[in-house]
Design a protein around this ligand. Structure first.
Ligand SMILES: [Fe+2]
Ligand SMILES: [Fe+2]
Length: 201
């Protein structure tokens, strides 16, 4: 089977997921993968679709993640390179498949970081990605109790695999997620008629 389209990937994602925050996580990873493929001269569509389906099974089979996802993708005839990437994003945790390709290393490095970025935006008065800086994200990174689920060791290891500094990785993830800010609900729309900001409300 040829590489499925984005629409097919979205349909598969929705077939297995109804949790809004999991779907938003998939969209955040997709947007970041697309942006990072572009800056590396790679295929944004391919990288983005891998981002969309990487946690396909997490809602229904959290204990067997990502192995059920790999099984589903294989059953549906998805290319083995997508299956390999899905398995490799859990390397060292619940999978022994190592990220080898650039796309896999990027997925491994940014997956948890998108979660930290989302949490960092949601505690901002603006509720917007637009004014999240790397230095402010760095402060959240150092506060181990903040978004403790975002595994700093995995992110740091991913940056090493990629040969990218943490600052640069953060810059790229923020930029990538900004491209999907509206779909992610991180464009300040949560504050319509409400939150603080400069007026100090
Ligand atoms: Fe995952
Ligand atoms: Fe993920």
């Amino acid at each position: 089977m040829a590489m499925p389209t984005r629409d097919e990937a979205m349909a598969l994602l929705r077939e297995w997921n109804s949790n809004d925050s999991l779907i938003k996580h998939a969209l955040a990873v997709e947007a970041t993968m697309r942006a990072m493929a572009r800056t590396r001269g790679e295929d944004p569509e391919f990288w983005g679709i891998v981002g969309l389906v990487h946690d396909l099974d997490y809602e229904r089979f959290p204990e067997k993640h990502p192995h059920e996802g790999a099984r589903i993708l294989r059953e549906r005839g998805w290319p083995e390179e997508v299956v390999h990437a899905v398995l490799s994003h859990a390397w060292g945790l619940v999978s022994d498949v190592e990220p080898v390709h650039a796309m896999e290393k990027v997925l491994y490095a940014i997956d948890e970081l998108t979660g930290l970025v989302t949490a960092a935006v949601l505690v901002r008065p603006s509720k917007s990605l637009a004014d999240l800086s790397v230095s402010s994200l760095k402060k959240k990174w150092k506060d181990k109790g903040f978004a403790a689920g975002a595994n700093r060791d995995v992110i740091a290891k991913g940056g090493e695999l990629l040969g990218v500094s943490l600052d640069d990785l953060m810059t790229e993830v923020i930029a990538g997620m900004r491209e999907a800010a509206t779909a992610l609900g991180l464009d300040g729309s949560l504050c319509k008629g409400g939150c603080g900001g400069e007026a100090g409300a």
